[in-house]
Design a protein around this ligand. Structure first.
Ligand code: AMP
Ligand code: MN
Ligand code: MN
Ligand code: MN
Length: 281
């Protein structure tokens, strides 16, 4: 049952992580992970390297991506696992999302201009190691460099969270579409870190889970680096109630400095849940 140390959620410089796909994959292996997926935001260019390095390190590898999507206007993240990363529908859909991210980045930069903080688009681009993908984390790193806040987390709190002066609303793909891209390319859709959607709690959260399932979602990230132990228990219960298979992922972005989760630190799945990875083993 606990034959594998599983981590099916992580990021590299292909999106907003700080390590290369090779470094991320090596680190996972060195921390004891034996079943691994790299899941960059809206980008799959790291997959071929991650797959090769994982094989060389003796890890089981599953293709992954974390798609930015909208549920009734609220941003959510959907992890796709086990799809064909050359499938033309998936490739084109992710490319479109990345293009949309540039329009959003221009909007963000003009919000910053309005409050007298100039040059943020150029600044953020410096931190976007993959020139095809830009996101809030790249802006955050530039604002830290410029001394507007002591760290990335503080930049998010002060400028980049919804309603803050650097926030620019964006229309992401509908969650039903994202689930469909994953499905047609042969994969399964997992609702990422459900505990993190602060605007989607209570009755609304129950609607999200029901609609995610109804739209073809298969899995729930029960064990996440951004969940508390209370949330592990809550989402264990939700997975059972809604009939979701369960996933585990650290959401690794960089070697931890303060509270972030490293590879190999997460608990295994509570008993009684169906591991989503069994289908690939
Ligand atoms: P985006 O996809 O461009 O909206 O950026 C979302 C990413 O920003 C997340 O995947 C995290 O990597 C990062 N992020 C979000 N909130 C925070 C926060 N409070 N502190 C640090 N990083 C954050
Ligand atoms: Mn991220
Ligand atoms: Mn996420
Ligand atoms: Mn993530």
């Amino acid at each position: 049952m606990n034959k594998y140390v599983v981590d099916l959620h992580s990021h590299s410089i292909i999106s907003d992580g700080l390590l290369t796909p090779e470094e991320v994959t090596r680190r996972a292996a060195s921390k004891g992970v034996s079943l691994f997926a790299l899941t960059d935001h809206d980008a799959i260019a790291g997959i071929p390297t991650a797959r090769l390095v994982a094989a060389a390190q003796g890890m089981h590898y599953i293709t992954g991506v974390e798609i930015s999507a909208a549920w009734h206007g609220y941003p959510i993240h959907i992890v796709g696992l086990g799809f064909d990363d050359t499938h033309p529908i998936m490739v084109a859909a992710l490319k479109n999302i990345r293009i949309g991210r540039f329009a959003r980045a221009e909007g963000m930069a003009s919000e910053f201009d309005k409050i007298g903080i100039h040059g943020t688009l150029e600044g953020a681009r410096k931190y976007a190691k993959n020139p095809e993908l830009i996101g809030r984390a790249h802006f955050a790193r530039y604002l830290v460099e410029m001394g507007y806040a002591p760290n990335v987390n503080a930049v998010f709190k002060k400028y980049l969270a919804a309603g803050k002066p650097g926030y620019f609303p964006h229309q992401w793909a509908e969650f039903t579409e994202a689930i469909e891209w994953i499905r047609v390319s042969g994969g399964v859709a997992v609702l990422a870190h459900p505990g993190r959607y602060e605007m989607i709690k209570g009755e609304r959260e129950q609607r999200l889970l029901a609609e995610f399932k109804e739209a073809g979602g298969i899995g729930l990230e029960v064990i996440s680096g951004s969940h508390t132990t209370e949330q592990y228990r809550f989402y264990e219960k939700m997975a059972k109630q809604y009939g979701f298979e369960a996933s585990i992922g650290s959401d690794f972005h960089e070697p931890p400095k303060t509270g972030e989760t490293d590879f190999g630190q997460l608990p295994s799945l509570p008993t009684g849940l169906t591991p989503i990875w069994e289908r690939w083993l």
